[in-house]
Write a protein that binds this ligand. Structure first.
Ligand code: HEM
Length: 121
């Protein structure tokens, strides 16, 4: 059966599945140590609801959060590749269609900007 299109209502569950993958990966898990998933997952879901569907409700500063994270625990090119691979795998396991492709593309663009600021110096 064809995987369903991604809608805004799928995001909380999808981000939960994404974080299950990140936390199961020994290279990625240390970055998320101490994060309270019960508030973080809905926060990230609101980010994607805004980015993909224009839904208001996300308030945050994506870049400065990662600049601070990088100062604590350096992010490397390989870290971004793994993050993106888990993101794509989460989406592809559950959904298909243009919103999936848009999400993957948006993630890549943001990751490239982060990487440019933090890794390729
Ligand atoms: C190397 C890969 C990445 C790692 C290890 C990582 C890790 C983290 C961590 C640990 C936080 C929580 C920080 C805190 O609350 O103190 C966070 C927040 C966040 N991340 Fe990432 N991240 C990565 C890449 C990305 C990418 C590519 C995106 C692009 C969509 C992204 C989107 C976000 C957003 C929206 C937040 C919430 C920012 C806020 O409003 O507080 N992350 N990330």
């Amino acid at each position: 059966m064809e995987r369903p299109a991604l809608t805004v209502d799928h995001l909380p569950q999808l981000i939960g599945q994404f974080y299950e993958r990140l936390l199961a990966d020994p290279i990625m898990a240390p970055y998320f140590a101490g994060i309270d998933l019960s508030t973080h997952v809905p926060h990230i879901a609101r980010f994607w609801a805004m980015a993909l569907f224009g839904t208001p409700g996300y308030h945050g500063d994506v870049m400065s959060v990662h600049v601070q994270l990088n100062a604590r625990l350096p992010l490397q090119a390989a870290t971004f590749e793994r993050w993106l691979a888990h993101f794509d795998a989460t989406l592809d396991a559950a959904h298909s269609g243009p919103k999936v492709e848009e999400a993957k593309q948006r993630a890549r663009t943001i990751a490239a900007v982060m990487q440019h600021r933090m890794v390729d110096r």
